[in-house]
Write a protein that binds this ligand. Structure first.
Ligand SMILES: Nc1nc2c(ncn2[C@@H]2O[C@H](COP(=O)(O)OP(=O)(O)OP(=O)(O)O)[C@@H](O)[C@H]2O)c(=O)[nH]1
Length: 527
């Protein structure tokens, strides 16, 4: 709590802090949520697209392999019926290679692997006996097949699509085979590359031995890839999507599907970071567009904070000086436009009213003699200070009841009080409003007559003495008073001395028989 006070927090700052932090948190939250939602949507859309893309490529590749096999099957019929005519075999090999551009090379071999026909001739294999893995596979299988990748006699990494040849008696006489180069340009290459995205997506083809048959990075073709859950799934003949971390440690979104015509799978994929590139731009755009509205919101918050805090601030400032007579006027000027501040203002107005009354009463009581309602000694001193400050001349009448002790003794203290009250009334009656009357002790009264000469004071004192002696106070009857008179300014006297001289004059009056008025000799001389 202490630290809050030390940093001088007020309502406006609190409202600003609250509203701005809520706005920022809300904005960050919605920004973050919308980023997450968009990201998820983009990723799932990418996965769906890649799955569809893989399925499409699978279908295209399946069609290609089927058509390649059909071409070979058709040629096989021609080759079987002209098996001994090398020219026709050479022509058929050329036709197969050149007519549809499906194969990189064509080889026709007999059942010993001896090359009988060849295209292109540049391979220089005619008359050779093939020893390659693919040749041996085809010769032993004796049926239409798509080989695993292997190194050809000419030194190319290839796969071969072959069709067996039989004579009229259905004896196996050899095979015709079309090859596809894996690392060089081939129709398979073209087929897959056509679909290659420029947005960071890429695809690869893998065979049942987890060997890459196609990859945009040619150096990886032929490589076997293990511990890849997508490859494992596609080799099980599954089709689907996966989010994985690849062997390079990159987060990848992959779609995959497997072929029907060969034990191959096609995987198309894209890194999550490249997928999210457009989203980053989008979010930045959202941020830029939010700035003007955000700025307007902050201004609105500031204005509202000002409007809400201002009445309370002014009420708080006025509360510091509630004893000030201007407090209630200040409170009336506060524009309390909402319920709480308006109620607070009304309550404070009531409180100020009560407080001012109370202060008035206390002030009055502090300056008043409770028995007679006349001024008391404190009030007298203030009055004298004021007169001296204003350099206003005055005369002092010190009034004392004669033999008052006897009244008390005879009639009791309460009746004595009534006598004092009655005397106060007579004094007020005889003096003017501008005169100042105080009861300064027991049965002693002081009357100050501003701007009054000693002579006028004496006349008034005499008049007062006469009135008192004629006034009947029940049950006491008439009383008498003695009065001593002095005045200021007089020979540089100070207030105490003036009062003392009035007292001395009073003393003289008592001594000289009471029921009389005596003017201090110095006052008489000065006039
Ligand atoms: N009833 C009442 N008596 C008071 C009050 N204050 C002082 N007295 C009395 O006033 C009397 C003053 O008596 P003294 O000072 O002897 O003077 P005195 O009897 O008036 O005689 P002189 O002044 O010499 O004429 C005392 O009996 C006090 O008790 C008061 O407030 N009420």
């Amino acid at each position: 709590m202490r630290s809050l006070i030390n940093i001088n927090l007020d309502l406006k700052k609190l409202i600003l802090f609250l509203a701005i932090s809520v706005t920022i948190i809300t904005f960050l939250n919605s920004f973050y949520s919308s980023y997450q939602v968009q990201k998820q949507q983009l990723q799932s859309q990418t996965l769906i697209n890649h799955n569809a893309y893989a399925a499409k490529l699978v279908s295209v590749t399946d069609r290609f392999l089927l058509s390649a096999q059909q071409q070979l099957a058709y040629s096989a019929k021609i080759i079987e019926s002209h098996f001994n005519d090398r020219n026709i075999l050479a022509q058929e090999a050329d036709r197969l290679r050149l007519q549809t551009d499906s194969f990189n090379s064509i080889v026709i071999v007999d059942n010993q692997g001896l090359v009988l026909g060849l295209s292109p001739m540049s391979l220089q294999l005619e008359g050779e006996t093939l020893q390659s893995y693919g040749a041996k596979q085809a010769l032993s299988n004796k049926k239409a097949m798509i080989s695993e990748p292997y190194m050809s006699a000419a030194g190319n990494l290839i796969i071969s699509i072959s069709h067996p040849l039989f004579d009229r008696n259905s004896n196996y006489i050899g095979y015709v085979c079309g090859t596809l180069y894996l690392k060089k340009s081939s129709i398979l290459h073209d087929l897959l590359q056509v679909h290659f995205h420029k947005d960071g997506s890429y695809l690869f083809v893998v065979d049942k031995n987890r060997r890459l048959l196609y990859h945009p990075d040619v150096s990886r073709i032929g490589e076997q890839v293990y511990n890849n859950s997508v490859i494992e799934a596609v080799l099980k003949g599954e089709s689907g999507t996966q989010e994985i971390i690849n062997s390079q440690g990159t987060a990848i979104l992959a779609g995959y599907a497997s072929l029907k015509s060969a034990p191959w799978g096609i995987v198309t994929q894209r890194s999550i970071s490249s997928t999210l590139v457009p989203l980053d731009g989008l979010m930045l755009n959202v941020l830029y567009r939010t700035i003007p509205v955000g700025f307007a919101t902050f201004i609105l918050i500031w204005v509202f904070a000002q409007l809400i805090s201002q009445p309370l601030r002014r009420l708080a400032e006025t509360a510091k000086k509630l004893d000030n007579p201007a407090a209630s006027q200040d409170l009336k000027l506060v524009r309390s436009w909402y319920y709480e501040s308006s109620e607070l203002r009304l309550a404070m107005l009531k409180g100020v009213g009560l407080l001012q009354n109370q202060i008035g009463v206390l002030r009055h009581e502090a300056q008043t003699d409770p028995l007679t309602g006349l001024h008391n000694r404190r009030s007298l001193e203030r009055m004298l200070d004021q007169l001296i400050f204003n350099r206003t001349s005055f005369t002092v009448l010190a009034v004392d009841i004669d033999f008052f002790k006897q009244v008390n003794d005879e009639f009791g203290h309460d009746i004595g009080d009534i006598v004092l009250q009655s005397l106060a009334k007579v004094v007020l009656d005889v003096t003017r409003e501008s005169d100042f009357v105080a009861r300064t002790g027991g049965e002693e009264f002081i009357i100050i007559l501003p701007s009054t000469t000693g002579e006028s004071a004496y006349l008034l004192a005499e008049r007062l003495r006469m009135r008192v002696s004629e006034t009947i106070i029940e049950p006491v009857g008439c009383i008498n008073i003695s009065i001593g008179i002095s005045g200021w300014p007089l020979n540089q006297l100070n207030v105490e001395e003036v009062l003392k001289q009035a007292d001395q004059a009073l003393y003289k009056a008592k001594k000289s028989g009471r029921n009389r008025c005596i003017v201090d000799s110095q006052l008489t001389h000065s006039e």
